[in-house]
Design a protein around this ligand. Sequence first.
Ligand SMILES: Nc1nonc1C(=O)NCC1CCCCC1
Length: 246
Amino acid sequence: MRVAAISIFPEMFRAITDYGVSGRAVSEGHLVLDCINPRTFTHDRHRTVDDRPYGGGPGMVMKAEPLEAAIDEAVERVGGEAKVICLSPQGRVLDQAMVESLAEEPGLVLLSGRYEGIDERVLESWVDEEISIGDYVLSGGELAAMVLVDAVVRQIPGVLGHSQSAVEDSFADGLLDCPHYTRPEAHRGSRVPEVLLGGDHERIRRWRLKQSLQRTLIRRPELLQERELTAEEQRLLAEIENERPD
Ligand SMILES: Nc1nonc1C(=O)NCC1CCCCC1
């Protein structure tokens, strides 16, 4: 997958190109990430990318021309066919279904704003979609862009080794993740659930599914409203309800 990130702080993206799953995706060629700085497309001595807002008010607004030139370059870098996304609190909140859909795109251009925002004419004419990672305000779109890339890159076949699988990721099946344990068996008096110590894989699978359902029911019940339940999941939920303290 080819991604071009537009930001006045391109070095920030080392956080995903140099570490972990996304870093390996880059080194193995599953992900090509170009970083494009709008300052490259300025022509004044101060390399100005922002200016005061019309109508007054605090802060500065990112100018249209440098951003549009950066978007032009970015679309070319990802091979011409690209979805142009701006990360901002005004966007649709990212969820797993959107991540899986974005992973199917041939190329992505991710626009990370700073200051108070981006000139609206860029959003109107050049941006296909605004996406938010949550209802809070960051200092810039870069961290949001990196969250999106990290989630999307996990969907690319070959990125996760055989020992991991995006299919088993929590949220991949619309449920919260089950608890995880590793050695030692007893830690500060708390023991690993016996079911996980035996080799009964079917019993372990069922226990993990029940734990995921229970956690989802307690912490994010609305996720269950949106989700078709299998017969087994309905049975497990009934067990959970029966086991609930009165
Ligand atoms: N939340 C978010 N989800 O995606 N981006 C977010 C954000 O808070 N971004 C910062 C703003 C700051 C002003 C310019 C545009 C970006």
